[in-house]
Design a protein around this ligand. Structure first.
Ligand SMILES: [Zn+2]
Length: 68
């Protein structure tokens, strides 16, 4: 089986999650965070391509980890 290099460009939703982390829209605490990402119907993610839409990222719930 041959290995192939994945697309160089990041998925839009990855970038968006990182931005939300940086702005504090998503919790930075340790623990388990369930995040849902909603894509446009015609987003490439559904056909195995790059996410090129403007996704909606929602935090569903957080289970906080141990403090130290
Ligand atoms: Zn998308």
């Amino acid at each position: 089986m041959q290995k192939r290099e994945a697309s160089v460009q990041k998925h839009n939703y990855i970038t968006k999650i990182h931005q939300m982390w940086q702005t504090g829209a998503l919790p930075r605490t340790a623990g388990y965070h369930q995040i849902s990402v909603y894509h446009d119907d015609d987003c490439g993610i559904f056909s195995g391509k790059r996410c090129g839409c403007d996704p909606e990222v929602k935090l569903r719930f957080s289970l906080h980890g141990h403090a130290n």
